[in-house]
Design a protein around this ligand. Structure first.
Ligand code: OAD
Length: 245
C-alpha cells in the first residue's frame, strides 16, 4: 500500500489538471450514512426506488418528505471530515481543479471547496414540484410544505431515480473528465450512471485514473491505481506525501 501511496503522490505532484468525483463514502466518516446504508433501521423495509422517485412522492408525499427530513437532520449535525478538508486544500495547487460530487450534503463547500459541481442536487434546498423553482420562503411546518406561490407540494432539490441530471453540471463534469490529466474517483460504488461513466471518459482519453474506496468496485479493474481504505485517512496521507506537508 505505501508504495502505491508514493506512486500516486508522485502523479499528484506532477499533474497540472485534476478532476475528482466523490460519492457518499466521502461523507461516511462525518456520520452521514451512504445512500445504501441510509436505508437501515426505521427505513430498512424500503428500497431506494420506493423513496427517491417522483412516483413515490406522488403516492405518499408525507412519507418521502419525512425520509428526507431524517436525512437532512443528519446533515445539519454533520461536520466535514479530513477527506473533505484534504480535497479543499488541493484546489489552489492546480491550474485546473474540478470537484464533482454525487453527494447532496454540501460538506465539500463547508470544508471550503469552491465551484463544486453537484450532480445530484442538494438536500437542503427545496423546489416546487409544479414550477420546478427553488424557493426558501415556504412554511416549513407542512409535511411536505406547500409552495407559497402556487400551493403545490415542495420537494427536495435532488435528482431522483429516473430523472435527468442538471444539464450544465453534467456537461461541465464530462468536459473536466475529458480534459484532466488525472481523474480520481473517491468513495463511490461506481454503479449509478451517468456519474459512473466519468472515470471511463477520462480513461478513454488516456488519463490516469485513481480510485479510493473501502473495497473493490466495478471501476477497480480499469483504474490505474486503487487505494483501499478510508478516504479520510488515505487522502491526507497522499497530500502529505505529495507536497511534503
Ligand atoms: P453508495 O452508497 O452506492 O456507495 C458508497 C461507496 O463508498 C461504497 O463503494 C463504499 O465501499 C464506499 N465507502 C464507504 N465508506 C467509505 C470511506 N470511509 N472511505 C472510502 N470509501 C467509502 O454511494 P454513491 O456511490 O455515492 O443517487 O451512490 C451514488 C448515487 O447512488 C447516489 O448519489 C444516489 C444513489 O442512487 C441519487 O440519489 C440520484
Amino acid at each position: 500500500m505505501s508504495e502505491h501511496i508514493e506512486a500516486v503522490a508522485n502523479e499528484l505532484r506532477k499533474a497540472r489538471s485534476i478532476a475528482v468525483l466523490t460519492g457518499s463514502g466521502v461523507s461516511a466518516e462525518s456520520g452521514i450514512p451512504t445512500f445504501r446504508d441510509a436505508l437501515t433501521g426505521l427505513w430498512s423495509k424500503f428500497r431506494p426506488e420506493e423513496l427517491a422517485t417522483v412516483a413515490a412522492f406522488e403516492r405518499d408525499p408525507k412519507m418521502v418528505w419525512e425520509w428526507y427530513e431524517w436525512r437532512r437532520d443528519k446533515v445539519r449535525n454533520a461536520q466535514p471530515n479530513p477527506a473533505h478538508h484534504a480535497l479543499a486544500s488541493l484546489q489552489d495547487r492546480y491550474k485546473q481543479f474540478t470537484l464533482i460530487t454525487q453527494n447532496v450534503d454540501g460538506l465539500h463547500q463547508q470544508a471550503g471547496s469552491r465551484d463544486v459541481i453537484e450532480l445530484h442536487g442538494n438536500i437542503m434546498r427545496s423546489k416546487c414540484i409544479a414550477e420546478n423553482i427553488v424557493r426558501d420562503d415556504f412554511d416549513a411546518a407542512g409535511t411536505p410544505p406547500r409552495c407559497p406561490a402556487c400551493g403545490a407540494h415542495m420537494r427536495p432539490d435532488v435528482v431522483w431515480f429516473g430523472e435527468s441530471l442538471p444539464e450544465d453540471a453534467l456537461r461541465k463534469s464530462t468536459k473536466a473528465a475529458h480534459d484532466c490529466e488525472v481523474f480520481m474517483s473517491i468513495g463511490t460504488s461506481a454503479l449509478v450512471y451517468p456519474a459512473a461513466e466519468l472515470p471511463y471518459i477520462a480513461s478513454a482519453q488516456g488519463r490516469l485514473v485513481i480510485e479510493i474506496n473501502l473495497e473493490p468496485t466495478p471501476l477497480s479493474i480499469s483504474a490505474h491505481y486503487s487505494l483501499f481504505g478510508k478516504a479520510g485517512e488515505i487522502l491526507p496521507q497522499l497530500i502529505r506525501a505529495a507536497f511534503d506537508l
